[in-house]
Design a protein around this ligand. Sequence first.
Ligand code: PLP
Length: 434
Amino acid sequence: MTSTTDLNQDLLTRAQRVIPGGVNSPVRAFNAVGGVPRFVERAQGAYFWDKNGQRFTDYIGSWGPMILGHGHPEVVATVHAAVDEGFSYGAPTEREVALAEKILAMLPSMDMVRLVSSGTEAGMSALRLARGFTGRNKIIKFNGCYHGHADALLVKAGSGLATFGSSSSAGVPADVVKDTIVLEYNDVAQLEEAFARMGNEIACVIMEPIAGNMNFVRASVDFTRRIRELTQQHGALMIYDEVMTGFRVALGSAQSLYAQKIEGFKPDITVLGKVIGGGMPLAAFGGRRDIMEKLSPTGGVYQAGTLSGNPIATACGLKTLELIGAPGFHAELHLKTGQLMQGLKSEADAAGIPFSVDWQGGLFGFFFLPELPTHYPQVMTTDQARFNRFYHGMLERGEYFAPALYEAGFMSAAHSQDDIDRTLEAARAVFKTL
Ligand code: PLP
């Protein structure tokens, strides 16, 4: 153990000299939980190995893309073949068309789709499209939802909710976020009030259907239905950010689950990422034809990308989507994730620790709270110190969960019964120490 920590520490020290914080995305720095991040050497199936050769059961899977586990042989073979044909052309390919067709076949709300390289880019472009289509500026987002780091979406709640937020990042001019309204997730009254006050100025409401950026919080059916009704009544668009939930919580994504409960439910625009690239930089946004045709070159809303629809990324995404389309894939994943979550809950109960869990398909969340939270301020009432002790206890035992209490967890098809049993055994030991 000591040598593992030392090698990771050595690399962190070296990294911090040349990369801000030593990492290329902040959560990797372990700031929320403290300690030294593990530098990954390689990964296979449900595991990765750090610099020193310690193996971890990986419940992050690159924050979502690796739904098949690492290095699935068919995906690897497909990517190898694609590499031989060239890395990038900057001209259209058949594979882009095939991937677009595949995505549309699985998401009936979408008539057309545009491929991009990251969820941030997809969210930013969807927002511009919604504003261009409606000719309006104001947007509604929800406290605790993350839609990538486009300036207008990097907004936290203001002092009173249902007011305009302030940016959560330095470097974002107040003018750029002056049209971003931040409301509390699952709060129908605030939503109704905002539409009553300025409904005819609102371009769109953007939401995560299951908020994976405040651990795991479902939008209630009522809340989702009201968003759909109010946007329709006021000529605003509903943007469903399924970057995390897309093809992970169900083959038809979260929208298929809500469509089972809300008659005719369809968002106007859907934002996708993560699973659709299978671990390669690939994301997308799509929706109704009349909206999507407003994009350049057919319409006046500009959007472009040198690496958009990259041939290797599309090959990887196509193969991944093909494999997760196998009958029963998501049902099995859901059962397995449930086994892990119910197991953790039983171990916490046995240790007398208040704990709550939720999951859908291959996405899960657990809270050191007696009841599941419904919005961000409740999520943040979690006992941070206890979460951190749990986190490090599990890490020491080779169980790799998200290093922050407000992040979701990810199960893959490669996790076995033995993996889950081992994780639960580790949890039993760790809960006793909390
Ligand atoms: N939207 C959601 C719901 C996300 O979870 C994320 C990333 O975690 C993004 C957008 C941004 O995607 P990316 O990190 O690919 O830019």
